[in-house]
Design a protein around this ligand. Structure first.
Ligand code: UD1
Ligand code: UDP
Length: 367
């Protein structure tokens, strides 16, 4: 008998990817009624992930507006969440990560005195400006959460340092690896015409703190790499945020070995990561996935809340810094030993059983 109700919330592409294994695992349980709320902070990028995993939201707030501002997004989400929580009355709400969706969900649950479980808890840079606004979002969500599903031991340590009670933290591994394992074993197509004689450099970038001149530096570095290396092709699925999209097309269109495309659906993107020689990205999720696929990542940020792969030497921080991006990418393109030392196929972020561990904790508590 389903005598408990869990509301799982997703807003953006990475939340859907990382919550999908949890939602699917919970739906297999007989004791719980699982409801899925899509805030749709992202629209198309969210829908394609939910379609891929066969998840049909029970409630859809359709919140996304073009070039949405953080304040209005937050205010609109809080108002809509009020109605949902009053109507649904879940025993627990689960959300993942550090987006505006997650921060507002945690706050709305607090106001309604509903238990909130934070998936991917405890990531910290200890710098509120980097990444912005994500560091603040996850600190707020963490402060308000009852359950902290920490992906790694170091994220558990961060929570202990903030005074979270040890018994409220469970180290689960990151569910991004669950999703990756569910996907990478399938027959995958990138769906973009590529020149197989050239090495593939895969690029993504969307961080708010890089908007403006830092992002222009990134584009200049990509141009220099493309011009200096006829044997590479850069594939860059451009994030639809206008602050990124407009500049990327202005600065990178027209180069014969730079392909700009729409965001790839999740499975084609996994195919692109598998095919890539090198990945250059400021994405959180890509920093976790690429090491598991044995792909070196140069991270377009000065600090990361995911230090484990950096410590292992398979991810390197290069910032949005023209010289460092060009120098480190060129080293990996020219020096096989440097390349091999970063392409070791080790994953500090999970073993594919994160969702199983989260469900086990909830089951023990409720069932
Ligand atoms: C958001 C998250 C960020 C996360 C990223 C994942 C916040 C503040 N930011 O950043 O933490 O790393 O998602 O990608 O929560 N847009 C579309 N279609 C889509 C999605 C976005 O057109 O499917 C455009 C819209 O103009 C939208 C804009 O992108 O207003 C920005 O979306 P938003 O969710 O506010 O920020 P992101 O930069 O995507
Ligand atoms: N991703 C995707 N298509 C793309 C780029 C990324 O499906 O064109 C996936 C990627 O595999 C990862 C997630 O999106 O799982 C990361 O999302 P994003 O970089 O937007 O957000 P972040 O992880 O930085 O919050």
């Amino acid at each position: 008998m389903k005598n408990r109700k869990i509301l799982c919330v997703v807003g953006t592409r990475p939340e859907a990817i990382k919550m999908a294994p949890v939602i699917l695992a919970l739906k297999n349980e007989s004791w719980v009624d699982v409801r899925v709320l899509a805030t749709a902070q992202h629209r198309h990028m969210l829908d394609q992930v939910l379609n891929f995993f066969g998840i049909d939201p029970d409630i859809d707030l359709n919140i996304m507006r073009p070039n949405q501002a953080l304040t209005t997004l937050t205010a609109r989400l809080l108002l809509e969440l009020d109605d949902v929580l009053l109507a649904e009355k879940p025993d627990v709400v689960l959300a993942q990560g550090d987006t505006t969706t997650v921060m507002t969900v945690a706050l709305a649950c607090f106001y309604h005195r509903i238990s909130f479980g934070h998936v991917e808890a405890g990531l910290r840079t200890w710098d509120m400006q980097n990444p912005f606004p994500e560091e603040a979002n996850r600190v707020i969500a963490g402060r308000l959460a009852c359950w902290h599903f920490a992906p790694t031991e170091s994220s558990r340590q961060n929570l202990l340092r903030e005074g979270v009670c040890d018994t409220d933290i469970v180290v689960t591994g990151n569910t991004v690896i669950d999703a990756l394992f569910m996907t990478a074993s399938k027959k995958l197509e990138i769906g973009v015409h590529l020149d197989d004689t050239r090495r593939l450099v895969l690029v993504t970038s969307h961080r708010r703190e890089n908007f403006g001149e830092p992002f222009r530096n990134i584009c200049r570095a990509l141009r220099t790499l493309a011009e200096g290396n006829a044997d590479i092709q850069i594939l860059y699925p451009v994030h639809p945020n206008p602050n990124v999209k407009d500049v990327a097309h202005e600065m990178l269109a027209g180069y014969s070995n730079i392909i700009l495309c729409e965001p790839l659906d999740y499975a084609p993107f996994v195919a692109a990561m598998k095919k890539a020689y090198l990945i250059i990205s400021d994405s959180g999720g890509v920093q976790e996935e690429a090491p598991a696929l044995g792909k070196p990542v140069l991270v377009l940020r000065d600090e990361t809340e995911r230090p484990e792969a950096v410590d292992m030497g398979v991810v390197k921080l290069v910032g949005p810094n023209f010289e460092r991006i060009v120098k480190e990418a060129q080293l990996l393109l020219d020096d096989p030993d440097a390349y091999q030392s970063m392409a070791r196929g080790i994953s500090p972020y999970g073993d594919g059983k994160g969702a199983q561990r989260i469900v086990a904790v909830l089951k023990e508590h409720f069932a």
